[in-house]
Design a protein around this ligand. Structure first.
Ligand SMILES: [Zn+2]
Length: 474
């Protein structure tokens, strides 16, 4: 047979090739073999009618968390169920993901940034250059494609933050930043500081929407400041998510105060005491929730159940607050510069094992609302993300592209079929047991050769991250 699979009669949306029509997509092996209005059914081993559905290049989630200590693989399952084919993990640990990915991977392609914060890679908020050199090199050698600073949660001094940016840049690693240092915070001031600290070098600023919560001034003014900074900074790559809930760890320090500064902000915002007792009260009245493994997936739990779980796990569990503003989310997704390019490059989920995998379920209503076309949505959840990482064979349905495909119902956002490298990975919520694939740079690949993890090697020189947006082809 000429083709392995033939998907017939779906709406094909492929902005890289300017395609938006009802037609057929044929797959052979791990590649897209043909895309046309009509392909003969006799040419394919398996013919699948997808009329009424939309078929797009697989979703690339540019900010998520696949591994949580309590998740037991739930992150991978939740991502594939949400139609994601490639996950960019913004925390690691890389060693945990390397252990999990063949067992739990669900066929996903996973790239990892390893987080650096006191207790993880460095001893304190003020690390020596020597310590940073060693830690960053260790992570890049272990298969992480770069480093993430979690300054919003666990602030480092501006100098340490600056040194991490410099060293990671010298080592040609990808650099992700949840903004904030000991001088600022997870807010608009932290964003402005981050752009200054980058000094024009490549930097991926995480979840832009999270800095427009109105903590410093009116959220509309924060949005305006944010968009103005980003429009002037072609070296900054960014994404925003559409979830209402935030996410932080519920750990408590020796003084009885929550460790995460993001959590402290959320308590302060509604007048709760910034203490263990204040968090317990917020959990009791269900302002705060906990996320926990329920069956095969992570779910939010509330009230006494949440308090018991938080205490039983010695406080270090995922905590959430419904504090992301809808208006900020909408502007972050749709704002454009004078040339018509989106100011924020991608729509991410910041989910995975955090139960808010809403790229499609919250992205499609924006299409119905005419804030985005379907093609623009695909641009922000697949095409531009592929370029951010330099994944040349993904993000589009050109002949010879990787057969990473997401098929969904446009009315209810239900994901029907996910194919990764030509393998069926999920059909209507039923997940097939395929190993995942780790996306690494040449440096990681050289170190990992002897381990039996399927690898996809990228060259960050090809990425929008290193090339910068001035050279953007569109
Ligand atoms: Zn995150």
């Amino acid at each position: 047979m000429k083709y392995d699979f033939l998907f017939k009669g779906g709406r094909i949306v492929d902005p890289a090739n300017d395609r938006d029509f009802i037609g057929d997509v044929a797959i052979k092996g791990d590649k897209v073999a043909e895309v046309a209005k009509e392909i003969d059914s006799y040419l394919a081993e398996q013919v699948i009618n997808i009329s009424g559905k939309v078929i797009i290049p697989g979703i690339i989630d540019t900010h998520c968390h696949v591994a949580r200590p309590e998740a037991k693989g739930a992150g991978y399952r939740m991502l594939i169920n949400a139609g994601v084919t490639t996950a960019f993990d913004f925390e690691g640990p890389i060693e945990v993901i390397k252990r999990e990915i063949t067992k739990y991977g669900c066929g996903l392609n996973v790239a990892v940034l390893e987080a650096i914060y006191p207790g993880n890679g460095i001893k304190s908020k003020d690390a020596t250059t020597d310590e940073l050199q060693k830690t960053i090199n260790k992570y890049l050698d272990s298969g992480a494609i770069g480093i993430k600073i979690l300054g919003g949660h666990y602030p480092l001094t501006p100098e340490t933050t600056y040194n991490i940016l410099q060293i990671t840049h010298q080592e040609k690693g990808y650099m992700g930043f949840h903004v904030g240092t000991t001088q600022t915070g997870s807010n608009i001031q932290g964003l402005e500081e981050a752009v200054k600290l980058a000094e024009g070098k490549p930097l991926h600023i995480a979840h832009i929407n999270a800095y427009c919560r109105g903590y410093i001034e009116d959220p509309l003014l924060e949005l305006k400041r944010t968009m103005d900074i980003l429009k002037k900074s072609p070296n900054i790559i960014s994404e925003s998510h559409l979830a209402i809930h935030n996410a932080c760890y519920g750990g408590i320090n020796g003084n009885g105060v929550p460790r995460s500064y993001v959590l402290r902000n959320a308590l302060r915002a509604k007048g709760y005491q910034v203490s263990k007792e204040g968090l317990e009260e917020a959990l009791r009245v269900k302002y705060a929730g906990v996320y926990a493994l329920v069956g095969s997936k992570m779910e939010y739990i509330y009230g006494d159940e949440a308090i018991d779980y938080w205490k039983k796990n010695e406080y270090n569990v995922g905590i959430c607050f419904p504090i992301n503003r809808r208006r900020s989310a909408e502007v972050c997704v749709t704002e454009r510069d004078k040339k018509g390019n989106f100011v924020v490059d991608a729509i991410s989920s910041d989910a995975g094992a955090i139960p808010r995998n809403c790229i499609l379920s919250h992205g499609l209503p924006l299409v119905h609302f005419c804030a985005l076309t379907l093609s623009e949505l695909v641009q922000k959840i697949s095409l531009t993300p592929s370029r951010m990482l330099g994944l040349k064979n993904k993000g589009h349905l050109s002949i010879g592209a990787d057969a990473d495909i997401t098929i969904f119902d446009p009315d209810d956002a239900k994901v029907e079929i996910v194919l990764i490298k030509g393998k069926v990975c999920m059909v209507s919520g039923i997940i097939f047991n395929n190993p995942g694939r780790l996306i690494v740079t040449e440096r990681g690949a050289n170190k990992l050769k002897k381990q039996e993890i399927p690898l996809e090697v990228i060259d960050l020189e090809d990425s929008l991250f290193l090339k910068g947006k001035v050279n953007k082809s569109k």
